[in-house]
Design a protein around this ligand. Structure first.
Ligand code: CMX
Length: 435
């Protein structure tokens, strides 16, 4: 058994026993109340899911297994001569709770390269779609097409003991993570580069190899991709893409079926599609104003016009966070170092100077600060990656790391079918009458 799987098997078995014991003693302890506004208003903050890989605090931001983003950037292994964390490391950390060594991530990188073969019918499925199909739709369908490779589905059909569910799920999770960069790069080259596909380089790490297959080979792009893949990987379990993956997975759908569900949730403009929308919004603003360096005053007017038209300002607000997103800040730090002169990056920073005050003044937006999507597109545009409709696919490739690690844990712990309670408006009104 490989080292990562071995650690997961050992830690997982111990935690499974601990959870079982914990439940025996404390299963009736109340940890949350639910208000009518939470029930009607998108289940905000209701504590209703066990999810090991990361935890979000409204006033501090995300921690992966206890580590903040600046700590991860410092502590996770890097590429030779690089300063950004390798995405292999964040997966290792999420799955095991341990910061891996350099040798661990190098070995894991090789393991992923060995698993990266994509069956031909997946590419044929993509080719069967109209070229202008949104890249996220192509991606989700291609992941479904790859489901023919699910080891879990085959083993389950053959009859698999519950205690062993985690093992084929682990294999599927790693295979899926290994294969999706090739799938995503294929969609990019097909959609935007006349089907001129590029080979990867298995000696590169997972993120850099993905960048290379997309057609971006500079050191700075590789570093940006490593950071991007690390910080987008997970945001605890309640966000729509993680939750959709978790929900589908709770029915014992395999990794491919579950991840496709997650991608479909990520593809919405209130979630992952916001990165595309941010660049579109800035481009339209610049076109309206007639230059690519809008002043604060011009940005202010454009935000007000957006709000007056009843639209959202993309890249701002969050369902949980009440501070500027540390994932925004990490990208800002990267941009300060490598691209401080970029017009679009400077526009993003100028928007940050004026938007919070305007959004706060509406009196209804709970978080007037930028989220992860406010910055990511500007890094890509600066590095010549202009196809905004593809940006959410990049988010999706990264998100696979978190949701796959979480799915492994769900199968390890034997978490059951997810089935929360819904009620009718009639039922809610009765609660009020009776109180
Ligand atoms: N621009 C304009 N209005 C906004 C807003 C924004 N950026 N953020 C919130 N609002 C509005 C909401 O639409 C809501 O309006 P109504 O009461 O008229 O329905 C009101 O403010 C209250 O919303 P909230 O409680 O502050 O925010 P929610 O938890 O309901 O929604 C989110 C969170 C992210 C969907 C919302 O802030 C938004 O739409 N932001 C823009 C889209 C975006 O950037 N999404 C990406 C989030 C990060 C990610 O998942 O990738």
């Amino acid at each position: 058994m490989d080292k990562l799987k071995n650690i997961f098997a050992t830690k997982g078995a111990a935690q499974k026993a601990e959870v079982k014991e914990f439940l025996k003693t404390y299963s009736d302890k109340v940890i949350d109340d639910v208000t009518i506004s939470q029930t009607v208003g998108g289940m905000r903050d209701i504590i209703s899911m066990l999810y090991e890989t990361s935890l979000l605090d409204a006033h501090e931001g995300i921690r992966f297994r206890g580590y903040s983003i600046p700590e991860l950037i410092e502590k996770l292994p890097k590429a030779q001569g690089g300063t950004q964390p390798l995405a292999e490391g964040i997966f290792w950390l999420m799955l095991t709770g341990d910061i891996p060594t350099q040798e661990d991530v190098n070995e894991f990188s090789k393991d992923l390269a060995r698993r990266s073969n994509v069956p031909q019918h997946v590419f044929e499925t993509i080719e069967s779609l109209p070229k202008d199909t949104h890249p996220m739709t192509q991606f989700s369908l291609a992941v479904l097409a790859a489901q023919t490779e699910s080891i879990f589905a085959k083993k389950y059909a053959d009859g698999l003991s519950k205690d062993l569910y985690w093992d084929p799920m682990y294999e599927d999770a790693l295979n899926l993570i290994a294969r999706i960069p090739k799938i995503a790069a294929y969609i990019y080259r097909r959609t935007y580069k006349n089907g001129d596909h590029l080979p990867g380089d298995s000696s590169l790490d997972w993120s850099a190899n993905f960048a290379k297959m997309l057609g971006y080979e500079s050191d700075i792009f590789y570093e940006m991709m490593r950071l991007y893949m690390t910080i987008h990987a997970d945001h605890e379990g309640g966000n729509a893409s993680a939750h959709a993956t978790h929900l589908a997975g709770s029915t014992l759908s395999d990794a491919y079926l579950s991840f496709s569900s997650g991608l479909n949730a990520l593809a919405g403009p209130l979630h992952g599609l916001a990165n595309q929308e941010v660049v579109r919004w800035i481009t339209e603003m610049n076109k309206n104003i007639g230059n690519e360096n809008p002043s604060k005053e011009q940005i202010r007017d454009y935000i007000n016009a957006t709000l007056a038209a009843g639209k959202v300002v993309p890249g701002y607000g969050h369902a949980v966070l009440r501070i500027p997103d540390p994932r925004f800040t990490a990208q800002q730090e990267f941009a300060k170092k490598y691209m401080a002169d970029s017009p679009i990056v400077n526009t993003v920073w100028r928007i940050f100077e004026v938007a919070p005050e305007i959004l706060s003044s509406t009196g209804k937006i709970k978080n007037p600060f930028p989220n992860v999507d406010a910055h990511s597109g500007s890094l890509l545009v600066t590095l010549g990656f202009n196809e905004a409709n593809f940006y959410t696919v990049l988010f999706g490739v990264s998100r696979a790391l978190g949701v796959m690690a979480a799915l492994c844990w769900s199968r390890m712990l034997g978490l059951p079918l997810e089935r929360p309670k819904s009620v009718t408006f009639e039922w809610l009104k009765k609660q009020v009458e009776q109180s």
